[in-house]
Design a protein around this ligand. Structure first.
Ligand code: SF4
Length: 477
């Protein structure tokens, strides 16, 4: 589709237009609940913001988007007030613009926007969410046609962003899709790993409902490899997609890391905000968080844990301990800023040494040491090195280890013949074929913990190859 705006706009005049910005709820107000922090664009704001777009050709925003959404084309339709056509444009490349519009960082499209160099970039993410929400409100979402049903059967293991993207693509192309999810409800990371103040559970529920309306079957509470064998899946389906992500959290490897009161990020997040009935059985027991919470790590998950802790009524003091300095912290700026606004404290250049229990056996003290930055390491960031004799201890009630995620090697090795890298990642070719015939994989299980949009993009590449091969085999080609 050509962009009708390409020749029709006055770029100079557009430079002078004031940027529209989505409103944020005040820190005092948002600390009281898990409702969204960012308020959606009004239709007037959306049209005004879309009207600032310069319709660049080629468009850097589109090139930087992992899904290559045709952003200027969609924004042209928003400016015209034609949200339904804008939704069609997003739908061509992204099955979940309502999700990506909320949880993508600015580091893709907005940092690439030419207007970022001279002022405020177009708020492409708020516009994407606006379009998807508005199209859904008008019952114009999902916007794509669906192919007639074939006899092809696809199994998807894992219902995070990658698994859902494959389910959507395969179902639209006529396959019968069954998604296996070990948690009680589908959504994976989207439902169990991202707090409601960034992604409302209702948005995830609407996506699941769309997929069910497409004919996708969800089998929740099923551990593949234990409750149902890989062999059963391989013989019952034409192809299998592995989208199990990287759900295991990294441990610091220090004494006391397994004490009661020390939590992994996923358990902490979901037990803080999800009703017990929605949790895996192991997490439905008594849940105890004290007034002083420490969060270890400096990434987006650490920011999510800090901000979640700040919303718990019992919590009085929330501190982030990070072994590098503020400048090296990998969290996205907006998440960091929101955490600061909401009251999180930060201790830079500090690494844990051990955690100690109190008389009741629960964690009561954390011993840290100061760090100094040395030479750059493999990541290009300066390596933190311990400062001699710098240990100190701090009383604490709850510790959250938000140090990173990895795949579950012990689960993946139950699939015979599946090649894994030294880091426990599934080895695939560029179309997502694994070493096991008929088994495809993409997303965090292949690349390690990353953002949703790259996982969706890789999953769609694998889905195209998988569905094509399955349909050709069924047709005897
Ligand atoms: Fe519009 Fe910015 Fe993309 Fe250019 S880079 S097309 S101004 S959103």
């Amino acid at each position: 589709m050509d962009d009708p705006k390409v020749r029709a706009i006055d770029r100079k005049a557009r430079f002078a237009l004031p940027p529209q910005r989505a409103s944020l709820r005040s820190p005092e107000e948002r600390r009281r609940d898990f409702a969204p922090v960012v308020l959606p664009f009004t239709p007037e704001q959306a049209r005004a913001e879309a009207g600032r777009c310069l319709h660049c050709t080629p468009a850097p925003c589109q090139q930087a988007c992992p899904l290559h959404n045709a952003i200027p084309l969609a924004l042209g339709f928003v400016e015209d007030g034609d949200v339904v056509r804008a939704a069609q444009v997003y739908g061509e490349t992204n099955p979940f613009p309502d999700i990506c519009g909320r949880i993508c960082p600015a580091s893709f499209c907005e940092e690439a926007c030419v207007l970022a160099k001279v002022g405020k970039p177009i708020d492409t993410r708020a516009l994407e969410a606006f379009v998807a929400d508005e199209a859904r409100r008008r019952k114009a979402w999902p916007p794509l046609a669906t192919a007639p049903r074939t006899k092809a059967r696809i199994a998807v293991v894992g219902s995070g962003p990658a698994g859902l993207a494959v389910a959507d693509y395969a179902a639209r192309h006529g396959c019968a899709v069954t998604v296996f999810e070990r948690y009680p409800f589908p959504g994976g990371l989207l439902r169990y790993g991202i707090p409601g103040f960034k992604l409302e559970p209702d948005v995830v529920a609407a996506v699941i409902a769309d997929l069910e309306a497409l004919g996708v079957t969800f089998r929740c509470g099923v551990n593949v490899g234990r409750d149902v064998s890989w062999e059963t899946l391989r013989t019952s389906y034409d192809a299998l997609f592995l989208g199990t992500g990287a759900p295991a959290h990294t441990l610091p490897g220090i004494p006391g890391e397994d004490l009661p009161g020390v939590y992994g990020p996923t358990e902490f997040l979901v037990r803080s905000m999800v009703a017990p009935a929605w949790l895996p059985e192991a997490w439905r027991g008594p849940w105890q968080v004290g007034p002083r919470v420490h969060v270890l790590g400096g990434g987006d998950t650490a920011m999510d844990c800090l901000r979640t802790a700040l919303r718990l009524p019992v919590v009085q003091e929330v501190t982030c301990y990070y072994r590098r300095s503020e400048a090296e912290m990998p969290a996205h700026q907006a998440d960091y800023r929101h955490a600061l606004e909401e009251g999180a404290r930060f201790e830079w250049l500090t690494a844990p040494v051990r955690f100690e229990a109190g008389a009741d056996g629960r964690v009561a003290r954390a011993v840290y040491q100061r760090m100094a930055l040395g030479e750059p390491d493999a990541s290009g960031r300066r390596r933190p090195e311990p400062v001699p004799d710098s240990e100190f201890s701090v009383d604490v009630d709850t510790i959250v280890l938000a140090l990173g995620y990895t795949t579950e090697r012990e689960v993946l090795t139950t699939l015979p013949g599946l090649e894994l890298s030294r880091k426990g990642l599934v080895v695939v070719d560029e179309d997502g074929h694994t070493s096991v015939p008929g088994v495809f994989a993409a997303g965090d299980v292949v690349h390690g913990a990353d953002l949703a949009a790259p996982a969706i993009a890789a999953a769609l590449r694998a889905a195209r190859a998988m569905v094509k091969e399955v349909l050709q085999t069924r047709a005897g080609v």
